[in-house]
Design a protein around this ligand. Structure first.
Ligand SMILES: Cc1cc2nc3c(=O)[nH]c(=O)nc-3n(C[C@H](O)[C@H](O)[C@H](O)COP(=O)(O)OP(=O)(O)OC[C@H]3O[C@@H](n4cnc5c(N)ncnc54)[C@H](O)[C@@H]3O)c2cc1C
Length: 407
């Protein structure tokens, strides 16, 4: 196969995975990342699935399952008083996002990524697709991979009507060092994938590996608290300390003091005590609006592929966005290998294989979040959505690949 010249836009999970695998297949790859430097030290927790681990191995990472994250044996549900009201065995490996990011970055030759290099548009010139960068450079390629996340510039240029759809609820995310938690809280939740389901809301949490390198030594606890919120209330929540209104999420450290104080007061009023402690002790809780993004095609133009969040964003209940992004990248490389580098044929095969899967993951997220979303609607919808509030549905379906959860 003739090696291709490939431009990857976005140096996060999807982009790094694609770059590693493409380089290992013999192609020439260059990654263009908008951020000024590596994204290390950021991010919270992720659920790993077998698909993620096998793609990571294909990337050449020496990390086995044991040093990827923390293993929990199962799930438990606490009531408002902190009593365990349900348990289920379900072993899973839970990692810090930064840990996975670092493993991927380490697997990639360091000179193949350019930071502080944002894409501003895509052009076509003859057979080539051209990445037009904000610094004025034009980079011709045989294939351009849009791995530029949920607000993808690549997607919005070719599919301008595809936009994030707000789901009617937000998530507070918090990460806290386990060592900062009381022994009672550690005992109650830190060895489990734990839930508490107050009326109309949901919080879950699980232990994750340390910030980058450490696993057991510096374990942290990662919590996600889903709260129904009318769209009209987002303005106040997402306007930061400097008066800037963020689109759909607000970074740690920029949330207004009164918003944080309100969240903390509600945590004390609503949550089981171990979860309250996590929300109160977390250094830098942050807030994101929950949304769905669904593209009709992952090949929006000749010689252009979309991967990961640039194509589909499912609600976090599915726990699959990172795995999906890595599997998208692997599927693209498999298609190029199978079609011996014929970009057009490979992209058509890739689109057939991954687009329906992405849509299914988004649909699964909608189902799992239907109860939370319905809190904004009438009594009939709330009643219909009660199904996905049952302990059994939540505990069995959250962060489990759909084929496993649906049996
Ligand atoms: C810093 C960070 C922390 C995260 N933490 C978590 C977490 O804790 N848990 C979790 O479940 N998910 C987390 N995510 C999201 C998660 O990575 C994605 O949901 C999933 O892995 C798909 O990844 P992606 O590479 O498609 O998109 P993303 O991870 O969103 O990455 C998109 C990348 O493209 C870059 N980019 C965007 N526009 C341009 C442009 N015009 N030119 C060049 N580059 C551009 C962005 O800077 C970013 O690095 C995080 C993402 C980031 C960026």
């Amino acid at each position: 196969m003739k090696p291709l010249n490939i431009a990857v836009i976005g140096g996060s999970i999807a982009g790094l995975t694609a770059a590693c695998l493409l380089a290992r297949s013999g192609h020439g790859v260059r990654v263009f990342e908008r951020s000024a430097g590596p994204l290390a030290g950021r991010g919270a927790g992720i659920v790993t699935h077998p698909g993620l681990r096998s793609v990571l191995t294909r990337c050449g990472s020496p990390a086995g399952a044991a040093d990827l994250g923390v293993t929990v044996e199962g799930r438990r549900v606490l009531d408002r008083d902190g009593q365990v009201i349900a348990e289920r065995s379900l072993p899973q490996i839970l990692a810090g996002w930064g840990r996975l990011y670092r493993l991927l970055l380490d697997a990639l030759p360091s000179d193949s990524i350019s930071y502080d290099t944002a894409l501003s548009s895509v052009a076509h010139q003859g057979d080539q697709v051209v990445a037009c960068l904000a610094n004025g450079c034009r980079v011709p390629a045989d294939l351009l991979v849009g791995a530029d996340g949920q607000f993808s510039m690549v997607r919005s240029q070719f599919l301008p009507t595809v936009a994030p759809a707000y789901a009617g609820y937000v998530a507070w995310r918090a990460v806290v060092d386990e060592a900062a938690l009381s022994p009672k809280t550690r005992e109650a939740i830190c060895g489990h994938f734990a839930f508490c389901l107050p009326p109309g809301e949901q919080i879950l949490g699980y232990p994750v590996s340390g910030r980058e390198e450490g696993i057991e030594a510096k374990r942290r606890f990662n919590a996600v608290w889903y709260r129904p919120t009318p769209e009209t209330a987002l303005n106040a929540l997402l306007t930061d300390t400097g008066g800037v209104r963020h689109a759909l999420s607000i970074p740690p450290g920029r949330i207004k003091a009164e918003v944080l104080a309100g969240m903390r007061a509600d945590a004390e009023r609503i949550l089981a005590p171990p979860f309250t402690e996590v929300m109160l002790r977390a250094d830098n809780p942050f807030l994101q609006a929950i949304l769905d993004i669904e593209t009709p095609t992952m090949v929006p133009a000749r010689g252009v592929a979309l991967l990961g969040d640039a194509a589909f964003v499912a609600r976090p209940h599915v726990g699959m966005d990172v795995t999906k992004a890595m599997e998208d990248a692997a599927a693209l490389v498999d298609a190029l290998d199978a079609e011996a580098g014929d970009v057009g044929a490979a992209l058509a095969a890739f689109d057939r294989r991954r687009c329906a899967y992405g849509a299914a993951i988004v649909a699964r997220g909608r189902d799992l979040g239907a109860y939370l979303q319905a809190q904004q609607h009438g009594a009939a919808e709330r009643l219909a959505a009660e199904r996905f509030r049952s302990l059994e549905e939540v505990v069995a379906g959250t962060a489990v690949p759909p084929d496993v959860a649906l049996g």
